[in-house]
Design a binder for this molecule. Sequence first.
Ligand code: NAD
Ligand code: DAU
Length: 350
Amino acid sequence: MKILITGGAGFIGSHVVRLFVNTYPNYTIHNLDKLTYAGNLANLTDIENQPNYQFIKGDIVDAAFITALFEKEQYNAVIHLAAESHVDRSITNPLEFVMTNVIGTVNLLNAAKSLYNKGAGPFKRFYHVSTDEVYGALGETGMFTETTAYDPHSPYSASKASSDHFVRAYHDTYGLPAVISNCSNNYGPNHFPEKLIPLCINNILNNKPLPIYGKGENVRDWLYVIDHARAIDIIFHKAKAGSTYNIGGHNEWTNINVIRLLCQILDKKLNRPAGTNEKLITFVTDRAGHDLRYAIDATKLKQDLGWVPSVTFEQGLDATVDWYLNNSEWLNNVTSGNYTHYYEEQYAKR
Ligand code: NAD
Ligand code: DAU
């Protein structure tokens, strides 16, 4: 089987690429990535020389390039993770999100549709990786299920919702064998430090303020990235064409409590007196349109396909912090240059 994984140099994509390359030596895995600020080949050094793996630098927005690539390689399947993924950046530059997340997805769908050729071609599966943010925001109770109506609020979630609709439309209209999963907030190694957890790890290490939006009362459902990759593996192999699965950790935390826990873990690991890191917490202007709460009901995935998370949040967060402490060169590289500029723009006047 020849699989194209898009966005495989990013945070989640690199874990998916590693899992597939190591678990399925008989598959040929191509990783297509534009290497934006979020893509980093340093995430994949351990598998870059494996005989079943190849990296291809390219842009999913470039329709001619995508068409030619699919014609040449005759892929059997796509696992599509390439995206602009950060909500705050989508508020500053929505069009970039429309281009990559909507147009880029439609380009891949068109190329896959040609190879599917109404069932006569080699193409067997289009797996679209999406987010729980398409469902909008919850109040204090309830959970998102696969039948919750779409109600996106940010330009990011609107672009992901649109891409989900296109994937379903290609299944319903052309019979393309597509599946979608909608996952909650991931955390773990290789997470770019624009997102809450790695940003705060980096700031604690540098004794910088920890910017908490609003009152820190927003709730997210955190899942260890390797458990997300495991779920993608299972859904890719077992889900029926046309199906959707929610993926989540059943692990809701207010932002302020996540950061308090992180501060405590790092007080111990850095041998700082208890309470030292919490003094860095700073409440800043809220994110525009900030969704109050996300919570995923992953019962369908558990019942149909037997997936459950393999680590607790405490175990996963501890392992994540250790990864950042042991990979200071990775962290220094991604926080130099453009990152400083981004940080100034986002946080200086907040
Ligand atoms: P990321 O920002 O870390 O990585 C995205 C990758 O896509 C990068 O390697 C980047 O170079 C690549 N990319 C961006 N534009 C591209 C283009 N035009 N052509 C080719 N490659 C391009 O993102 P992530 O957090 O790893 O998220 C991966 C996917 O999972 C996204 O589709 C996202 O919506 C979804 N998702 C993320 C989370 C999360 O918590 N991070 C949760 C649920 C779903
Ligand atoms: O729910 C899945 C989504 O999770 C994914 O689809 C997105 O790609 C991913 O970025 C993530 O979105 P969030 O907006 O929830 O993640 P982020 O890490 O940006 O923020 C988590 C929470 O922390 C959110 O309530 C906003 C808040 N926050 C974030 C940052 C960066 C802060 O309080 N301060 C910060 O500096």
